[in-house]
Design a protein around this ligand. Structure first.
Ligand code: CU
Length: 149
């Protein structure tokens, strides 16, 4: 491929990306966060659970989480009772992302304080497309497990 062909391909690629971005409504994710909580931490390690519902027409992804209570928040997938950090969680159009006990979760390392039930922990969820969403996680008893579904 000569230099001229390369720049032509690049230009075409760029144009289609811009078109996709500009085309909004039906392909836009509409996210809502619910069922959020943090079980009372018993060490400097904490977990967080929530659901993100996507009622829009476009897919999105949860890509990272930040919090005042920890400088090291990661997202973990649990499989066969082992957890592993992942880069992102899918939030498909018309679907939801479920983080619940025994499954996928947010992981807070080196907690700066140990919140007790009744308190709240502020976090910010970052997505691939949607603007960041701030959530207050109510702190529950350590073994709290809401009946889901
Ligand atoms: Cu974990």
């Amino acid at each position: 491929m000569n230099r001229r062909t390369t720049s032509l391909v690049l230009a075409v690629g760029l144009t289609s990306t811009l078109t996709l971005t500009a085309c909004s409504s039906p392909n836009t994710p509409e996210l809502k966060v619910g069922d959020s909580y943090m079980p009372r931490p018993v060490s400097d390690l904490g977990a967080g659970f929530l659901t993100v519902t996507n009622s829009g027409g476009g897919d999105d992804k949860l890509t990272s989480v930040t919090s005042d209570i920890s400088d090291d928040v990661t997202i973990h997938r649990t499989k066969d009772q082992k957890m592993r950090e992942v880069k992102s969680f899918d939030i498909p159009a018309g679907g939801e992302l479920d983080l619940e006990r025994g499954g996928n979760h947010l992981m807070f390392m080196n907690l700066k304080s140990r919140p007790a039930p009744g308190q709240k922990v502020g976090i910010e969820l970052h997505f691939e497309k949607t603007d960041p969403i701030k959530v207050e996680l109510p702190v529950k008893e350590t073994n709290y497990n809401p009946a889901h579904h």
